[in-house]
Ligand binder design. Sequence first.
Ligand SMILES: *[C@@H]1O[C@H](CO)[C@@H](O)[C@H](O)[C@H]1NC(C)=O
Ligand SMILES: *[C@@H]1O[C@H](CO)[C@@H](O)[C@H](O)[C@H]1NC(C)=O
Ligand SMILES: *[C@@H]1O[C@H](CO)[C@@H](O)[C@H](O)[C@H]1NC(C)=O
Length: 350
Amino acid sequence: MCTIKALTVLLLIQLISHCSRKYLLKVSPFGTKEYIIIIAPNYSLLDGQPRQKFFRKDYTFLEDSQAFYKIHTIHKTWQDAKKRCQMEGASLFYAEDEIEADAVQGLWNKTQPQFAWVYVGISDLLAKGVFETVDGRPVLDIYNNWGQGEPNDADGNEDCVILRRDNTLNDDKCDRKYPFICKKSLLYLDWNTLCDIPDPSYVFNKDLGKCYKFHLTPMNWTDAHAMCSIEQSYLAIINSQAEADYLVKVTEEAPKSKIKGNFLSGAVYLGYHNRDDDGWKTIKGTTLEESGYTGWGNQQPDGGVNEPCGSMFYNGRLNDLGCHQKCFFICEHDIGLLNSAVEERFGVME
Ligand SMILES: *[C@@H]1O[C@H](CO)[C@@H](O)[C@H](O)[C@H]1NC(C)=O
Ligand SMILES: *[C@@H]1O[C@H](CO)[C@@H](O)[C@H](O)[C@H]1NC(C)=O
Ligand SMILES: *[C@@H]1O[C@H](CO)[C@@H](O)[C@H](O)[C@H]1NC(C)=O
């Protein structure tokens, strides 16, 4: 069983890479060739291993500040930029001090020198004139090298802060669209070892060899699709009856009744659609037959061109929906096996 072996080796490598964090590694066998690894702080198995310094493929680690950064090139409003960083498991960047400001300026100069400024995670949106970081710290406690005469609240309408490439801050209008930088501190990196992803809320299923996350914030199909993708996953696709049964169980156990508001209950979005009106397929481009599960609900699909987005009734049967409906949804994450995953993760270490 090559897959199981590869998975075991991967877990062992991750185990070793965790050791330098002074973690206690408790390896308990379950099944013959697989292990659950429980990690607790402050115990070293092997000293001298490099720390794992990987967050996501699209982020760069900087030694000087011990954090990961991504310079987003798609321009967004300040609020949307803040939201986007959160969706990636990070937060809108601000510099702690001059060392970090210089380090990030170096990355910026090297990779995106065309940008004259970027949004940073500072605003006075809560109280005019009181500039704070996205996590509520007074601006006086962080790097706060304002440009000459700034902040000036021009037109009484400048509440969001940009960082210029000369490393000075300026207040600007929040609805302007600018590039922005997201940051994840190594210190706050919470690695989901079984799922090989920096998101503890994904749950590993041993039998299916995949990870799943039930999203309790209802979204329309396109937003749900985007959300999974931003989490480095995809809207779940059912490949077997066993997987359908598992998704039913996940759906059953999700605390759905706690969620109030205007959304459609009874079905969760999955990664199917007929948006091109040329037959139902998965978001990976395969037909339902090829994907291994065609269990439509009674009389479904019944909505024709008005319902081109795929969902699963809570009982596991497939159903078509209008894509604008807001529903719960399930993201699925493939665990990268040995081939690329490990090299990627070790490749970015400096
Ligand atoms: C682990 O060690 C750090 C410092 O090395 C210490 O601050 C922390 O309290 C320790 N944690 C536990 C659970 O012993
Ligand atoms: C980045 O570029 C700016 C503008 O050209 C320059 O003033 C600054 O010294 C550069 N900083 C680094 C760290 O390369
Ligand atoms: C989904 O919602 C977003 C706003 O969150 C909107 O821009 C988009 O058009 C909606 N998509 C559909 C198919 O309704």
